[in-house]
Design a protein around this ligand. Structure first.
Ligand SMILES: C[S@@+](CC[C@H](N)C(=O)[O-])C[C@H]1O[C@@H](n2cnc3c(N)ncnc32)[C@H](O)[C@@H]1O
Length: 164
């Protein structure tokens, strides 16, 4: 069920302090269920399509705000946790999400069972992240060091020339 799918991240998210950003929220998952389940956490729902943002505005609980924009354009190092479900191929989603998270935070990706963890490990290392951990079918990338200069790359580059 959609709600259970979003909420299985709660135990992982609770291990890390700070505001949460859900990148590519689309119809609201997992950002809205997480905001409802964790009412004391600030949640930012970042979505590139304006019409989807209007929908998100209607459903966002008081601790969530909606940002119309792209991951690559958001202020780096501003969140404790970044989540992304069905955002892009996992290496691209990791490249978009890791710069948003401060050192000590984490990225949580919803991926399929056949995810290439070695590719994700390469991207993560490149961007200051640690080796991927798996938890309840999610991939967790801890942010261990600052994002290197040159990242995030310009809009469109991560998809055109993925790091892995
Ligand atoms: C397939 S949908 C998934 C939506 C939702 N997370 C879910 O699982 O139902 C991917 C969403 O990511 C948005 N998106 C794609 N690239 C983005 C980017 N670079 N920054 C922000 N949003 C993006 C798209 O507009 C789309 O709404």
């Amino acid at each position: 069920m959609l709600l259970d799918d979003a909420l299985r991240a709660v135990p992982v998210v609770e291990r890390f302090d700070g505001p949460i950003v859900d990148v590519g929220s689309g119809g609201g998952s997992p950002g809205i269920p997480l905001a409802v389940a964790l009412p004391h956490r600030e949640v930012t729902l970042v979505e590139a399509e304006r019409r989807k943002c209007e929908f998100l505005e209607d459903w966002a609980p008081p601790n969530a705000r909606v940002v119309w924009g792209r991951a690559e354009e958001q202020p780096p190092g501003s969140w404790g946790v970044a989540t992304a479900k069905a955002l892009a191929q996992p290496p691209v989603a990791a490249e978009w999400c890791l710069p948003l998270v401060r050192v000590g935070g984490t990225v949580v990706l919803w991926t399929g069972p056949s995810v290439d963890l070695a590719a994700l490990a390469r991207v993560s290392e490149h961007l200051g992240g640690g080796p991927p951990e798996t938890a309840d079918g999610l991939v967790v990338l801890p942010k261990l060091a600052a994002t290197p200069p040159g990242f995030p790359r310009r809009v469109g580059v991560a998809k055109k020339r993925p790091l892995a």
